[in-house]
Design a protein around this ligand. Structure first.
Ligand code: HEC
Ligand code: HEC
Length: 224
């Protein structure tokens, strides 16, 4: 009985430590348990490796060396990487989240209508942008403006992101480019510094700018 209780406590402690390590590292910028962010959902990974012997060592090695769009993690110890790998392999329960996709229609200046999967404005139309879009504006003008231009108008060092979206870049690609960076081209990686929600908020703001629906300068917001 006592041994059982100790075993249960040890497992709980292991889970806690792994969760803490993940929180302290950059993982959550690119992974979630139940949906793809930049990298696969942990539940997908657990499914893919279920029943494979040596799975935790394989995953620990990938976490150490990096893999595709994932950076290496030399800062973690072998024991820490193995603990995280075991925790990931245990995330088998969760089914993919089925967020309902809603559509928000906006009339553009050229009289066409565009459908977005998120709202830009409270009350269905301007001028007050949602909290998320306003947060995106604040983050953009703290971290991205330096290269991509104030209010997403294009800069000396980086491309005009309004144009990137206008020519077809989707949220998923925006998110993975922002988190992974393109270091050789001068685009920093934001994983570990900005969260998934942060970058999605920036995306929403830039999308509003690219459609010329959100004005340049500080937009009015629901907090005003
Ligand atoms: C910049 C984004 C990014 C960060 C940060 C990141 N990952 Fe990844 N990760 C990815 C991508 C993208 C893949 C898929 C790589 C591929 O298959 O080409 C991946 C793959 C993996 C895999 C292997 C999945 C498989 O099926 O083989 C594991 C395990 C993993 N990541 C765990 C982690 C952990 C743990 C951390 C934090 C210590 C982390 N990742 C940080 C993007 C990231
Ligand atoms: C130090 C300069 C710098 C900063 C700061 C910066 N970027 Fe970039 N970014 C670049 C450069 C340079 C490129 C073009 C890379 C290339 O040539 O492929 C780029 C490209 C991108 C692209 C891809 C555009 C395309 O058309 O392919 C996205 C998306 C992006 N950045 C998002 C962001 C976001 C979001 C932020 C703020 C969180 C940010 N960047 C901050 C320099 C920067």
């Amino acid at each position: 009985m006592r041994a059982l209780i100790f075993a249960a406590l040890a497992v709980a402690a292991l889970g806690q430590d792994a969760a803490k390590l993940i929180q302290a590292s950059d993982c959550s910028s690119c992974h979630a348990v139940d949906h793809r962010v930049v990298g696969p959902a942990y539940s997908e990974v657990a499914k893919r490796y279920s029943g494979q012997t040596d799975a935790s060592n394989k995953l620990a090695a990938k976490i150490r060396d990096g893999d595709g769009g994932m950076p290496a993690h030399p800062d973690l110890t072998d024991a820490q990487r193995t603990e995280i790998a075991k925790w990931i392999l245990a995330q088998t329960q969760s089914s993919p989240s089925q967020a309902e996709v809603q559509a928000y229609a906006y009339a553009l200046k050229d009289a066409t209508t565009v459908q977005l999967e998120f709202p830009l404005f409270v009350d269905g139309k301007g001028p007050k942008v949602t909290k998320d879009v306003f947060h995106g504006y604040q983050l953009y003008n703290s971290y991205c403006y330096r290269c991509h231009g104030t209010d997403a108008t294009g800069g000396q060092l980086g491309p005009d992101l309004r144009r990137s979206l206008a020519s077809g870049m989707k949220q998923q690609e925006f998110l993975s480019t922002a988190m992974t960076g393109r270091k050789e081209q001068g685009m920093p990686a934001w994983a570990g510094f900005l969260s998934e929600k942060d970058v999605v908020d920036v995306y929403q703001y830039v999308k509003g700018r690219s459609l010329d629906l959100v004005p340049s300068g500080r937009p009015a917001s629901e907090q005003d």
